[in-house]
Design a protein around this ligand. Sequence first.
Ligand code: ZN
Length: 238
Amino acid sequence: MSRHSFADAHPDDPHFVSRSGWLRAAVLGANDGILSVASLLAGIAASGADRHAVLLAGIAGLSAGALSMAAGEYVSVSSQSDTERADIAREKQALHEDPEGELRELAEVYQERGLSPETALLVAREMSAHDALGAHVRDELGLSEVHAANPLQAAFTSALTFTTAGALPLLGAWLAPAGQILPVVLVATVLALAVLGAVGARTGGAPAGRAMLRVVFWGVIAMAVTAAIGKLFGVAVG
Ligand SMILES: [Zn+2]
């Protein structure tokens, strides 16, 4: 399969889709890190637990979350790449067993995209002569190197971003004056989420405002609900 991508040929016309793979894992990891650690801290602090218990829960939540995030990402991306590899192997087999049928199939793909039957067949012939498997994988299966999943990279990226981002509310809790853990964690988390929303949007070439609002809104909801549950249990158990 040929390795030259459109982005290589046109550096003056940037497209952001090539960043989508690791960007998605990174933003997901960071978002999850901030939200799950901050909500955990909010819940424990709202229950009336002392600083030591709050920080301990935060550290436990951070490490447990990072590991489960990495494991989950590795497993899900691995099964995705297993499926992709199996599809490519089936395509290779079909090309070997029925090249004419596969050629017609490829021509139909181009016809559906608007080419006349004659032009579609001509394009399918030339694409197949150049790189038959590559053409089928790209145009029939819709797979491209841009989205080719790398399980280890995705697992590492999400664990790293989970830990780095999740450490922010934890740092806030650690630096907070006595009795002020909840408001400090809330402010630190809202700021961290706003920055994350902006960075994620900018890296993906999307407008920042809406992304920031979205991530902060859901962040505050998550913390409020967990703090309410923490308070409830704090009263019930205390
Ligand atoms: Zn095919």
